[in-house]
Structure formats: structure tokens, C-alpha cells
Design a protein around this ligand. Structure first.
Ligand code: HEM
Ligand code: HEM
Length: 223
């Protein structure tokens, strides 16, 4: 495989590329119009490489979106907690502005961020569904404690945030809504710590994936 184009996790496309590369290795690049197998292999390699690039670009964009929406959710949530909840004895000051936004502005911002986060998380979890199956099947829960805890926490935080929103939209029981939000804002502090750990451990992934994509793009242009 040409330098900069090896994507170790992309088994299906890599194995599809292998025969075409083998043809090129044994017969060399096409020298004239007659060498049909070589021309075919070169074309196939190009198509598969573009597919590979597109797949990695979409994963990269989803993870980048998660980074932005995860940060915005945590930032807006913690700000509401610190500036509008804490020390106010349950009374929210609607006209108090923080960093240019009022309480309702920050609450809206939190909702926009969590809608984006929830949508991207669905893609993230579908992509890693196999990972969960292996962890459960091979009893690796203890070994993968951190991601498993993050998953459980995320589910609890999402449920205790989204249900109060539904209650609010349907003019439901205000006491229940407040009780759930109380649980939500405590659990979400722990979730934020797990977010930080999860992202810090995988930060290198963003750099290496970006470098690989840039390398592949430069390689395609050069050919
Ligand atoms: C990442 C850390 C998070 C923090 C620090 C946090 C914090 C908060 C706080 C303090 C509130 C109360 C806002 C208010 O007084 O109006 C809130 C509301 C809310 N949160 Fe979060 N949250 C976080 C993550 C999430 C996540 C992951 C979801 C869902 C996937 C979520 C969904 C919601 C919703 C829907 C509300 C509005 C509830 C309502 O007004 O009835 N939050 N959050
Ligand atoms: C909030 C922002 C998040 C970001 C930026 C993020 C980013 C990443 C990155 C870069 C990877 C490795 C590359 C990949 O295979 O995609 C990864 C893997 C993974 N993430 Fe996330 N993630 C986030 C939240 C979450 C949450 C909340 C969960 C669980 C509910 C989760 C579950 C997983 C799993 C299961 C893996 C694969 C196993 C592993 O790498 O250890 N992620 N994530």
C-alpha cells in the first residue's frame, strides 16, 4: 500500500485493495493502453482509496463535532449551575447577564448543544456497537471500566435531562421536573470529568487521523 494510505482499522476496504495492489506489485504500473489488468487495478485502487478517505473524513467530522458539542454542553451546564443555581436558594435571576447572555440565553444554548451532542452520540455509539458486544461477550467490563462508566453516566445524565425537558414541553409535574434536574446537574459534574478523561486519552487520535487524511490528500494530488 502506498505510504500514508494504510488505515489499519478499515479491514474491509484494505482487503478489497489487496488484490489490486498485488497485481500492480507483480506486473508493475501500466506502461501502455494494452496492459488492461494494471489499468483496472490502478482505477480500482483509486476508487477504494477515495472511499477510505470519505469514511475517515466522516468519522473525523463526527468526533470533532462531539468535541465541540461536548464542550459546549458541559460549559453551558456548569455555568448555569455556578452562576444561576448555586447560592440563589432556588430563585433564578432572569435579568442577570453572564458573558453577554442571560439565564434563558444559556439555557437555550445548553439545549442546542445537547441536541447536537445527542445526534452525534448516536453515530458514535452505532460505530462502536461491536466494541460493546465484544466487551460484554468477552467479559472485559472491568478492564474497560472507564468507557463503561462513561456510557452508564451518559445514559443517566441524558435521561435526567431529556425527561424534564419533555415534562416542561407538556406542562407536566413541575416538582418531578425539578427533582430530575437536581439529579441531572449533580451527575453531569461527574460526567464532565469522564468526558475530560475520555477525550484526553484519545486526543492523539485527532492529530494522527488529521495527518493521515492530509497525507492521503497530498498523495492523491501528487499522482
Ligand atoms: C456535560 C455536562 C452537563 C452539565 C454540566 C449539565 C447541566 C445542566 C444544568 C445545570 C441544567 C439546568 C438548567 C436550567 O436551570 O434551566 C441542565 C438542563 C438540561 N440538561 Fe444538562 N448538563 C450536562 C449534560 C447534558 C446532557 C448530556 C444532556 C442530554 C443528552 C442534557 C440535557 C439537558 C436538558 C434537556 C436540560 C433542560 C431540562 C429542563 O429545563 O427541563 N444535559 N443541564
Ligand atoms: C463528548 C465527546 C466525545 C468525544 C470527542 C469522543 C471521542 C472519541 C474518540 C476520538 C475515540 C477514538 C476514535 C474512534 O474510534 O472513534 C472514541 C472512542 C470511543 N468512544 Fe468516544 N468520544 C466522546 C464521548 C463518548 C461517550 C459519551 C461515550 C459513551 C457513551 C463514548 C464511547 C466511546 C467508545 C465505546 C469508544 C471505542 C472504545 C475506545 O476507544 O476505548 N464516547 N471516542
Amino acid at each position: 500500500m502506498p505510504e500514508g494510505l494504510s488505515w489499519p482499522c478499515n479491514d474491509k476496504i484494505n482487503s478489497a485493495l489487496a488484490p489490486a495492489h498485488a497485481t500492480l506489485l507483480t506486473q508493475g504500473p501500466a506502461q501502455d493502453a494494452q496492459s488492461a489488468p494494471q489499468v483496472h487495478s490502478q482505477k480500482l485502487i483509486k476508487v477504494l482509496e477515495v472511499m477510505q478517505m470519505e469514511k475517515y473524513l466522516s468519522i473525523f467530522l463526527v468526533n470533532l463535532g462531539l468535541l465541540v458539542s461536548g464542550f459546549s454542553s458541559a460549559f453551558s451546564g456548569i455555568l448555569i449551575q455556578v452562576k444561576y443555581h448555586m447560592g440563589n436558594h432556588g430563585i433564578i435571576m432572569p435579568n442577570e447577564y453572564t458573558l453577554g447572555l442571560s439565564y434563558s440565553g444559556w439555557a437555550q444554548m445548553h439545549k442546542v448543544a445537547i441536541v447536537m451532542l445527542t445526534i452525534l452520540m448516536i453515530f458514535h455509539l452505532v460505530r462502536h456497537w461491536k466494541w460493546y458486544r465484544i466487551v460484554v461477550k468477552k467479559r472485559l467490563i472491568r478492564k474497560k471500566q472507564q468507557v463503561v462508566t462513561l456510557t452508564i453516566l451518559f445514559i443517566f445524565v441524558a435521561v435526567t435531562g431529556l425527561i424534564p425537558w419533555l415534562i416542561d414541553l407538556m406542562n407536566g409535574d413541575e416538582m418531578l421536573r425539578k427533582a430530575l434536574v437536581e439529579i441531572h446537574d449533580k451527575l453531569s459534574i461527574i460526567l464532565t470529568l469522564y468526558f475530560i478523561l475520555h477525550i484526553a486519552k484519545r486526543f492523539k487520535w485527532f492529530l494522527t487521523t488529521f495527518e493521515r487524511m492530509a497525507g492521503s490528500a497530498a498523495h492523491s494530488i501528487a499522482r
